[in-house]
Design a protein around this ligand. Structure first.
Ligand code: C2O
Ligand code: CU
Ligand code: CU
Length: 508
């Protein structure tokens, strides 16, 4: 492989989308060059040379401390990284941030019922935070904007894992800084295991037949630096794909079934993943865990922050690429938001003989349907605000009473891409425009793409962890929108208790 000349995965500019109208209407001042057309249509299909082995994030070591907690250590640090692009093969590596390494972070694994403690040290030149996306935990352990970690400080949240097996992730969440910190490289996976998942015949050998696939779109300049100036309305758009920090990656498959845990860790881009030959994938899990039954499909669409676990069948000796085809955004200016873009993502290379793995079970995990709800709230997404209010650090937008089941009716009022993510709980999608949602929205979710003008009714239950003073967040997970204030805060209180005041003095 190394004797072959590396060709840069080329981003082919097919046409230039000129979509300034939406930018003007928005009245947003952009930093940098002010390009707001997403950089034109990008396609790397057929142009990516898969020449670099896929990096598999190391499993984070852990110890059981004297309190019986499983303890991990993360150090947020500056570093550099070779993405494997043409510029970095010229020995220009890119200045990046990472946890315990130059770019991205190790994979944390914990089992339901365990108490975990994660000591996070910040060796960056500025404050950051680490949020456990998808995790059910007390608000002060959540790692949101109210738990900043100062330079050289250590933050050690602890909680008991009490939710189904799932593919979660972690990333910074400092108000106004999330997009920048994540795109510099601060992100990692957090896998949860439990007895239900453990009893099923599913591939689960990490890095062998159970593969983390963190997908990010990046744009690297000739000097090797990461570019952060090309935006659609949704935010930063790159022109090539890195998987686990590798551009043009291949993965050597040794089994006839391989489980891919796909995480869209990109700031703004929506993907529509499928295999290049459109073979059926068995979708087995979404954000918060296993579906009740596998769903056979040739494509899975993921907006930023969403996860999907799929099992892919492989035949001996074959080579097949995971691809992203143009996603269905349902917006006016799809092209300026990456809606016409396509990417070759990851090549799977099957060995001449493959170990066999069991067929995916017909029944996966039981999902108890939530309801009936006794409280309903409405969230309207428009103009970088939710319900016309921008995020304010000291303002609690919603007060939830412990023990209630609620419906959150969420709607994107703009013909622009937005999404909805809520902290603390996983929700169930009760209906989409009045109808029962498709199989891909039938399981536990914490993040959902909001198609413009569509009503989403999300059911969620708040069974434990009250704290009148420390809020959880709900927000658009397009990171630029979140940073600009498309976020709100809720507290969970005991019956009869009132919302207090968030501690801290850092008003934004
Ligand atoms: Cu993935 Cu509030 O975040
Ligand atoms: Cu989150
Ligand atoms: Cu948004």
């Amino acid at each position: 492989m190394s004797l072959l000349r590396t060709r840069r995965p080329r981003a082919v500019a097919v046409s230039l989308g000129v979509l300034v109208a939406s930018a003007v209407g928005l009245g947003v001042v952009l930093a940098g060059c002010g390009s707001f057309d997403g950089g034109g249509v990008v396609s790397t299909v057929g142009a990516v040379r898969f020449e670099t082995p896929l990096a598999i994030p190391p499993l984070a070591p852990s110890t059981i401390n004297e309190r019986g907690e499983r303890e991990f250590e993360l150090v947020a640090q500056e570093g550099s990284h070779n993405f494997g692009t043409a510029s970095s093969t010229n020995n220009e590596s890119t200045a990046t941030w990472g946890f315990n390494q130059g770019y991205l972070g190790p994979t944390l694994v914990a089992t339901r019922g365990e108490r975990v403690r994660i000591s996070v040290e910040n060796r960056l030149p500025e404050p950051t935070s680490v949020h456990w996306h998808g995790m059910h935990l007390p608000a002060k352990m959540d790692g949101g904007p109210h738990q900043p970690i100062a330079e050289w400080a250590v933050w050690s949240p602890t909680w008991t894992i009490d939710q189904p097996a799932a593919t979660l992730w972690y990333h910074p969440h400092l108000h106004g800084e999330t997009e920048e910190h994540v795109t510099r490289g601060l992100a990692g996976m957090f896998l949860l295991r439990d007895d239900v998942e453990g009893a099923l015949a599913l591939p689960r050998e990490y890095g062998v037949d159970d593969v983390p696939v963190m997908v990010q779109d990046i744009r690297v300049g000739d000097d090797g630096s990461l570019h952060t100036d090309v935006r659609g309305f949704g935010g930063l758009l790159g022109d090539q794909i890195a998987v686990n920090g590798t551009v043009g990656p291949y993965f050597d498959v040794s089994t006839d079934r391989v489980r891919l845990r796909i995480l869209n860790a990109s700031p703004a881009r929506v993907y529509r993943f499928g295999m290049e030959d459109d073979r059926q994938l068995a979708l087995i899990a979404t954000d918060g865990g296993l579906l009740e039954a596998p769903y056979l499909t040739s494509a899975v669409q993921l907006s930023p922050g969403e996860r999907a676990e799929v099992v892919v069948r492989m035949t001996p000796g074959e080579t097949v690429a995971l691809r992203s085809s143009p996603p269905d955004l349902g917006v006016n200016n799809a092209e300026g938001n990456g809606g016409s873009d396509a990417f070759d993502v990851l090549e799977l290379r099957a060995a001449p003989t493959l170990e066999s793995r069991a067929q995916v079970p017909d029944v996966l995990a039981p999902i108890e349907r939530l309801g009936p709800a006794t409280v309903e709230r409405t969230f309207r997404f428009d103009g970088m605000n939710i319900n016309n209010e921008p995020m304010k650090m000291l303002h609690i937008n919603e007060t939830v009473t412990l023990g209630t089941t609620e419906v959150w009716a969420v709607r994107n009022e703009q013909s622009q891409p937005h999404s909805f993510h809520v902290h603390d709980v996983q929700f169930q999608v009760q209906s989409v425009d009045g109808s029962t949602p498709g199989a891909e929205l039938s399981g536990w979710k914490d993040t959902i793409y909001l198609r413009p003008g569509v009503d989403y009714r999300l059911v969620m239950q708040f069974t434990d962890y009250s704290d009148p003073n420390v809020p959880y967040m709900y927000h658009c997970h397009l990171l630029w929108h979140e940073d600009r204030g498309m976020m709100g805060q809720f507290v969970v209180v005991r019956r009869g208790e009132r919302a207090g005041e968030p501690p801290g003095d850092h008003e934004h």
